[in-house]
Design a protein around this ligand. Sequence first.
Ligand SMILES: [Ca+2]
Ligand SMILES: [Ca+2]
Length: 461
Amino acid sequence: MLTRRGFLAASSAALAKGAPRRPNVLLIIADDMNDYGILHAYPGVKTPYLDRFRKTAITFEKTYCASPACVPSRAALFSGLYPHTTGSYLNGSDPWDKAPLNATESMPEVFRRSGFTTFGRGKLFHAPVPEARHQAMWDNPVWLGGFGPFPPEKDQAGHRFWGCTPWEGPDSDFPDVKNAEASIEFLGRKHERPFFLTFGLWRPHTPFTAPQRFFEMYQPGAIRLPPPGFRSGDLEDVPPRGRELVKVWGERFVNAGEGNPEGWRKFLHGYLACTTFADWSIGRVIEALDASPYAGDTLVIVISDNGYHCGEKDHWEKCTLWEKAALTPMAIRLPGRAGAGKSCPRPVGLIDLFPTLVDWSALDKPKHELEGISLRPLLERPAAPWERPALTTYGERHASVRDERYRYIRYPDGAEELYDHRQDPHEFENLASRRELAPVKRRLGRYIPEHWAPSLGGRLG
Ligand SMILES: [Ca+2]
Ligand SMILES: [Ca+2]
């Protein structure tokens, strides 16, 4: 493992004139990939490439998004600012051409100003970005792609995002495949300067279409129902505002759940197939890196933008404050593979990635203060002490704070939830009314923001 001195030496050496160039960075962002993947929270999930990657990386077992939806999560990731600072609380908030993000520097902009070649493909910000700003971020003409291909109308289950269909067309119908190939092509080129390559996937997000072979890797009869985090009647001890969040999203998938096991099995089959498809797309790019001259001096980060419910807490998709929506996979491979195969149990946030990269890659200081903190101490020593819990918010004044043991949730009306993960890893039993746990709520409540920026708009569901 690299010592702190080793890290500092590497950074100062990188800054010294004529020194070897700084390590490259490969950032891979899956969309809506929950803990079934890298963390194997669902029995039987198939992620062979991520499993192999994990052996070469440090896995952060408790990484939380700043917000459990694409746009606000990515706004926080790429700006280093929390939703309560920017007002980007929801999908549709489209923050990049509004204050304050229009006057900040995004992660790729800081890499570029610091002398890196930047290359971005696929689902990145998931919000409109002014063209001039796009050009300031990326050296390549960015091609994003989209959620398609969508299932044929007869399989759409009422909405083009809800269908669940093995795709019989060619792999190249999928933007993830095109973007993986563009990333592989980029890795095959000669680069004089260090690079910052971001590959953003559109899967396992709905619609659940994936090349047929990924569906065939799961036998429908062997798909476990219910998933391990499900308990009948689990919402009975959840306050009304928490149930409202479930209602906004959960009713989209009325054709699955306790009353419809076949629909539920189909949903899980689609999500698992798309998870395995994403695993393959991620694996192809990492294999290309490993076969390139950059294998030894590239920092590799694999994350998702939010977690995902597959019926746990009678809920589908994301946009809640519970573990299932807030927890995202994260594994980081250091150049030289220091710490390979280790796990870090400390609670951290995707918000911490930007400051970690500024620190690790010795980037020029961003023009604004970042709100996360560098994870370098945990990359050096995954079991190092860590005081700070992770904050996840969704909408104004909906806050969730996670330390290593507890999750504390507070809604705008003051209603609370408290879960003890040591006894209850699926957050079945709300302990918020237990008098003896008041000190835990007080301690975690101190991390709930006092000031909330005015909302930039968007939609709750
Ligand atoms: Ca997402
Ligand atoms: Ca419950």
